[in-house]
Design a protein around this ligand. Structure first.
Ligand code: GTP
Ligand code: MG
Ligand code: ZN
Length: 335
């Protein structure tokens, strides 16, 4: 037992402004953090998020609980906090496979796919791409999109599906194994919740209409862990607007493995892929082996990640310096 006596291991099923819902083998129950837990959390990253394993103390015949400890995370999904704030935001934890969902109708965008892949790879999660709403495009268009994905060096498995005709839904179900945790990532309106309802075999969750441009209206408003009949767990998520990346070195290398491999073949080990002779990247772009847009996308994401990383370190140093100043002032006062 990883938890102390009198405590139970449970999974966080949902978080709603400081209120938690946890799930044990049978059911969901509301929970709160213990005072000690809150006191010891240095930042929001230390607080439980959906998918986390926690040690819970049950009260009143297990009608509610207090959370005491957080188990180490095996994998995680995080992004830069939306807006100007340079900090990490935990989205979910302990996920085996992330379904990155894009609709073939309007939503399709390889550059955004790359961004999701960086985030997923960084968190040590396996990506699978789902292209939805195939009923709204022709087979030729669909094949062109798949071609664009492969041209960007993306090797992840792709499943094409339609929630309307049902095509591909069973393929998704077959991928899902008992005891493993899956999540659905993608813009609002691409059909994430509709797919879950299909997998559940009932309209258990609310779905929403899309505008003429295929844009959704953020129907799902919180992340929620849902058990399927076959024992797999699936997290529904609201569509994400901002996908800022922070400190994603490993995620970038894994998502752009083709570029990393090519760079290894440049004549100079510190090649900037500018004007140096013997640059393998430039050569690959010239002879059409490497998609220039894909390379630009890598440079852009790397610059963004480096910049955010710098600001993050800067901010932490400033916070530390400020803390030190406060402590000095307090000490002076006590003298
Ligand atoms: N034509 C077509 N429409 C679909 C398909 N899947 C979902 N839809 C419709 O798309 C709209 C949005 O679906 P949702 O499942 O609510 O989308 P979501 O990704 O959960 O959106 P958010 O919760 O806002 O993030 C609904 O009107 C669905 O009926 C599909 O495969 N084909
Ligand atoms: Mg939804
Ligand atoms: Zn080079």
């Amino acid at each position: 037992m990883p938890c102390g006596t009198g405590l139970h291991l449970a999974r966080v099923a949902a978080v709603d402004r400081g209120r938690y819902v946890i799930r044990d083998a049978q059911e969901e129950l509301p929970a709160e953090l213990s005072g000690r837990f809150l006191h010891h959390a240095a930042s929001s990253v230390d607080l439980p998020c959906v998918g986390d394993w926690v040690c819970a103390e049950y009260h009143d015949a297990a009608s509610h609980a207090t959370l005491h400890d957080l188990m180490p995370r095996r994998s995680f999904l995080r992004r830069k906090s939306p807006g100007k704030n340079i900090d990490f935001q935990m989205i979910a934890a302990n996920i085996d496979v992330a379904f990155i969902v894009q609709s073939c109708h309007f939503d399709f965008n390889v550059r955004r796919l790359e961004r999701y892949l960086v985030m997923v790879n960084e968190g040590h999660i396996e990506p699978v791409l789902l292209l939805t709403k195939t009923d709204l495009v022709s087979e030729t268009e669909l094949q062109r999109m798949i071609g664009n994905i492969r041209a960007a060096g993306i090797t992840a498995r792709i499943v094409t599906l339609s929630n309307v005709t049902g095509e591909g839904v069973e393929q998704v179900r077959a991928l899902m194994q008992p005891g493993k945790t899956y999540c659905l990532l993608g813009s609002s309106g691409v059909g994430k919740t509709t797919l879950i309802n299909q997998l559940l075999g009932q309209d258990a969750l609310q779905t929403g209409a899309v505008s003429g441009t295929g844009e959704g209206r953020h129907t799902t408003t919180r992340r929620h862990l849902i058990p399927l009949d076959n024992g797999a767990l699936l997290i529904d998520m609201p569509g994400m607007r901002e996908l800022g990346i922070l400190s994603a070195g490993e995620g970038l290398d894994d998502s752009f493995a083709d570029i990393k491999a090519l760079a290894g073949r440049c004549r100079f080990s510190d090649c900037s892929h500018g004007k140096e002779p013997g640059c393998a990247i430039r050569k690959a772009i010239e002879n059409g082996e490497l998609d220039a847009a894909h390379y630009q996308s890598y440079l852009k994401l790397k610059a963004e990640s480096d910049f955010n990383e710098m600001s993050y370190v800067d901010k932490r140093n400033k916070d530390r310096a400020f803390g030190k100043m406060v402590r000095t002032v307090l000490k002076e006062k006590q003298k």
